[in-house]
Design a protein around this ligand. Structure first.
Ligand code: SF4
Length: 516
């Protein structure tokens, strides 16, 4: 091993830490071909959790042996060939369910162990991988989905994201972290990558160095949602683009070597940062990499990952088109159709947003009208109604073992109903999650809806929700706050509608939910 696992002697290590010491999580990749030959029943129960390092979770109920697979899509950028292959895998094996996640990745469901080697091979052929998409490891790297074409970014971050992603992919020096580890890298001035909710994030900044203004990054560390959410803190350092990889290695090394490994619910980097504070973290970072003090922050706002409509790119004569994918779910035929359109009118690329939506880039001015006339945009709209267009949902009880309630279809139903009955002059972002883990990022929503179980007066357990209001990442971020009480799932739609009618009737024209 290239590094010292100094925690080996700790007698209080949690169970996951104990097996990770015996065998690295990534070694599950070596076992999968054999399990695929012998079927699901050949996989010992104690191995199930290890599949996460291959980007695989057993879906609900685990005993049925169906897997969910998460495929990494760094910065959310897919080529035509990649999108077509993903659609084909989804159709052949995934019962036609293609989900875009809030971290710009793709998720499949219903996969059997016998199919996994073929899927791995097909992903590899188009330069994709699910390795490290789950588990205590560097996850998919979130970035600006417009990078390279964005008039609102300081510089193109595609190569930087690729360099960092390639370094950590299958790297056994960093595959035994205390817990999941989320990075974001973006130079978009509207915080397109939701910096504050990542473990470590690079955000745009400038600094005068030797009399010259240099564009680079500031670094935020210690963000993360789940049951105990934290917003990342800015360290007083300036990072030039060529230093990003070294800084990422340094932060990840600190997490690996100083992060907590006793209680899993206290193991994320955010707890170490909360204990140390930004000054001590900076001091430690400077032991690994030399950096000057911070410069001028270049972030001016927050767009929450929404890019609807046709907008000009930084390349003259080219446009990108932002589309709404209702609650992030597509069929394989829809993916194929969007890929066909992106190739016919653009360069074949499609880009996933952390709002679970899509962008088709590189459309010449003269092709915009023909593209917009394509039939599919009746459903995958470029100008969606204001509730379905701003609704996000996690996977929920349909597939997820941790879920307490059904989410995706419920969120879709409620948003569609609100769109039929109510119109507002500002969008209201609603995020639904099926448990406190908050994959659907409920804490940063205008209205966050978190599923719980509730006991009725006659002692029956039913699905219910807590309602949270006022989340944003504007100006460094504010997490939403819980309203008193719980709402039975059956009544959720009416209660949310009542809340929104009150907002509509009492707000100033143009006033946003957060400012209300
Ligand atoms: Fe599952 Fe909870 Fe994540 Fe939803 S938030 S996908 S229910 S773990």
């Amino acid at each position: 091993m290239a590094y010292q696992k100094h925690w080996e002697q700790n007698e209080k290590l949690n169970k996951t830490e104990q097996w990770k010491l015996e065998r690295d999580g990534l070694t599950i990749l070596e076992d999968i071909p054999e399990y695929a030959k012998n079927g699901f029943s050949s996989i010992p129960k104690e191995e199930w959790d290890k599949f996460k390092w291959a980007g695989l979770y057993l879906q609900r109920p685990k005993e049925d042996g169906y897997f969910m697979m998460r495929v990494n899509v760094p910065s959310g950028i897919l080529t035509y060939d990649q999108a077509v292959e993903l659609a084909a895998i989804c159709k052949e094996y995934g019962r036609d369910v293609y989900d875009i996640t809030t971290r710009q990745a793709i998720q499949f469901h219903w996969l059997k162990i016998e199919q996994i080697p073929d899927i791995f091979e097909r992903l590899e052929k188009v330069g994709l991988s699910s390795a490290g998409a789950c588990g205590d490891i560097t996850r998919n790297i979130v970035g600006n989905p417009l990078t390279g074409i964005d008039p609102d970014e300081l510089f193109d971050t595609r190569e930087i994201v690729k360099e960092v992603y390639d370094f950590f992919q299958l790297n056994e020096d960093f595959s035994n972290l205390p817990r999941k580890y989320k990075l974001s890298i973006s130079s978009n001035i509207n915080n397109a990558s939701n910096a504050e909710i990542n473990c470590a994030s690079f955000v745009p900044a400038t600094k005068v160095i030797d009399g010259k203004k240099v564009a680079g990054f500031h670094l935020k560390v210690g963000g993360g949602l789940s049951a105990r959410p934290f917003l990342a803190e800015t360290l007083d350092v300036f990072i030039e683009p060529h230093q990003v990889k070294d800084v990422t290695i340094a932060v990840t090394t600190i997490f690996r070597d100083f992060g907590y490994r006793e209680k899993r619910h206290l193991a994320r980097l955010k707890f170490l940062v909360a204990d140390w504070g930004p000054e001590k973290f900076k001091e430690k970072l400077l032991e690994y990499v030399e950096l000057p003090d911070g410069g001028e922050d270049a972030v001016t706002g927050w767009n929450a990952g929404y890019f609807y409509g046709v907008k000009p790119q930084k390349q003259e004569g080219l446009n990108y088109v932002g589309l709404n994918v209702p609650v992030g779910r597509l069929s394989s035929d829809e993916v194929l159709e969007l890929a066909r359109i992106s190739k016919k009118y653009g360069n074949g690329e499609m880009r996933n947003c952390n709002s679970q939506n899509l962008i088709i880039p590189n459309i010449p001015d003269e092709h915009v009208d023909a593209l917009l006339a394509e039939k599919i945009f009746d459903r995958i709209s470029t100008s969606p109604l204001s509730f379905i267009g701003y609704s996000v949902s996690c996977t929920g009880i349909e597939y997820c073992n941790l879920a307490l309630v059904e989410t995706k279809e419920r969120m879709r139903r409620i948003a569609n109903e609100l769109d039929r009955e109510l119109s507002l002059d500002v969008p209201v972002r609603m995020h639904m999650v099926g448990c406190p883990n908050s994959c659907g990022q409920r804490q940063i929503a205008d209205i966050g809806l978190q599923g719980i179980k509730m006991r009725t007066k006659d002692k029956k357990m039913i699905e219910a929700f807590e309602i949270y209001v006022g989340g944003t990442l504007q100006d460094g971020g504010t997490l939403n706050e819980k309203l008193k009480g719980k709402v039975e799932a059956e009544q959720l739609s009416d209660v949310v509608k009542g809340l929104l009618i009150h907002f509509k009737n009492t707000k100033e024209p143009g006033e946003a939910f957060f400012d209300y």
